[in-house]
Write a new protein. Structure first.
Length: 450
């Protein structure tokens, strides 16, 4: 699951490095490391102007329909079109969080992929010397929900148009350099925004952002079959088979409540077992945590509970991530499971598909549009300058990392032995040099070394 990571991370995420990358030259490096949400706009004032002045300036921004403040935090509601192709049509409230440090300071734009949990900056906030933080909650997540919900308008283009509207409005107040950043699905949001509005920001740093090129991209399963060493991969598969074969022993120990799983507890349990290796590699688990197939049932249950993959297949998980699954299967891609070694043991779930966790009522109507990511992939390869891509070497989502071919002024950094938590901070000096060199050239300012 492409779960959220805070903007060091934001609700779950990824990273990479750079030197004096020049236009037409792409630098790729490898390192060890880990990292750096509408529209109601929450503004937490640090050295803010007088509240009345700031409130008045926020109210004057295009699209703002309400401003509230409490304890130095401003809650500003923007009315966004549900369909940007019909700007006079239905609107929804999108939420943005902003922490103010000065109208003359840079802005770090957090491009969330899910619900926002405040204005977050991570390592980039340190590097930029205390910038203003603006974090945009993604449409159809958190409180940024249309009512009624029209799932057909949850598109990459509409989300990019949301970002453009927010940035265009905020630039009336903040004239400094702008850096867009996001992690995991938020990193995808940053890259999609870059493709549709290449000049809205001065630089983009995308952490662990996969670029899938199919509804179910086969590269992800090939990665699962080759990452790490053969011993660890065999241990993972043996654990999965043990979970399925010993379901009668393990499932009762989990305390799963039938009313929390509309698809059925047994089916959700089997899905969780299939999902295990993706979570294992995404979050950097250690092989020592995997019990032997003949270990006591409690040991198997404890490890299964630790990765918590069954959650995604319960009603709470579908409420939280269903909108992502809709996006994945209509535009941005995902994966399915290779069940060749598990088929004899899949009693409740013989034909698994993650379409089962799409929002209720949407599964049979979902149609994949390959044009969106084809456009994104081509744009990032040939036209997207001033971008840093950061990935973790053993992160399952690095399987579909962006492939650069030297046609853009961009940098890709792969953090060695890092998972979905890759960052600039833990890289070696050469890689950091690449990163700082490119960012300082693009922004025309010196960064604080993290």
């Amino acid at each position: 699951m492409l779960a959220p990571r805070p903007l060091v991370s934001s609700a779950t995420r990824r990273r990479a490095s750079v030197l004096g990358a020049r236009p037409g030259r792409t630098r790729v490096a490898t390192a060890a490391g880990r990292t750096a949400g509408g529209v109601i706009l929450l503004l937490s004032a640090v050295l803010a102007p007088a509240q009345d002045e700031l409130t008045a300036r926020l109210k004057a921004l295009p699209g703002v329909e309400a401003v509230q403040s409490e304890n130095g935090t401003y809650d500003v509601t923007f009315a966004q079109p549900v369909d940007h192709a019909k700007p006079d049509g239905a609107k929804f409230p999108q939420h943005v969080f902003l922490r103010h440090t000065g109208f003359d300071k840079p802005v770090l734009l957090g491009t969330e992929g899910y619900a926002a949990r405040g204005a977050q900056g991570g390592e980039l906030a340190t590097m930029l010397g205390g910038p203003n933080l603006v974090t945009v909650e993604h449409r159809y997540f958190g409180r940024s929900m249309p009512n009624p919900v029209d799932w057909k308008q949850l598109t990459v283009r509409n989300a990019a148009d949301d970002m453009h509207a927010v940035v265009s409005a905020m630039k009336r107040l903040y004239k400094g350099k702008w850096v867009a950043t996001g992690a995991s699905k938020g990193g995808q949001t940053a890259l999609f925004f870059k493709c549709f509005y290449p000049d809205d920001v001065d630089a983009t740093v995308a952490y662990v952002a996969p670029i899938n090129v199919a509804q179910e991209d086969p590269r992800i399963n090939r990665f699962i079959e080759t990452v790490g060493d053969a011993e660890t991969r065999a241990k993972i598969k043996a654990f999965q088979i043990a979970l399925l074969k010993r379901e009668g022993e393990v499932l009762p120990l989990l305390g799963a409540k039938p009313e929390a799983f509309s698809m059925g507890v047994a089916k959700a349990y089997e899905y969780g077992a299939l999902e295990y290796p993706y979570a294992f590699w995404q979050y950097g688990s250690k092989p020592e945590s995997i019990p032997a197939p003949d270990a006591p049932a409690k040991a198997l249950a404890d490890e299964y509970r630790r990765v918590n993959t069954m959650f995604y297949y319960g009603d709470a998980g579908i409420r939280r991530f269903g909108a992502f699954i809709y996006q994945a299967f209509t535009e941005i891609g995902y994966y399915n499971y290779d069940i060749a070694d598990f088929k004899p043991y899949l009693k409740a779930n013989p034909s698994p598909t993650n379409l089962d966790i799409a929002p209720p009522g949407t599964k049979d109507a979902i149609v994949y549009d390959p044009r969106t990511l084809a456009f994104v992939f081509n744009t990032l390869q040939y036209r997207a300058d001033r971008v840093v891509y950061i990935y973790g070497e053993t992160d399952a989502w690095s399987a579909t990392q962006m492939q650069l071919i030297g046609r853009t002024d961009a940098v890709k950094l792969v953090a060695k032995n890092a998972s979905h938590n890759a960052s600039v901070r833990a890289m070696d000096p050469d890689q950091k040099g690449l990163f700082y060199g490119a960012m300082e050239r693009w922004l025309g300012m010196r960064l604080v070394r993290a």
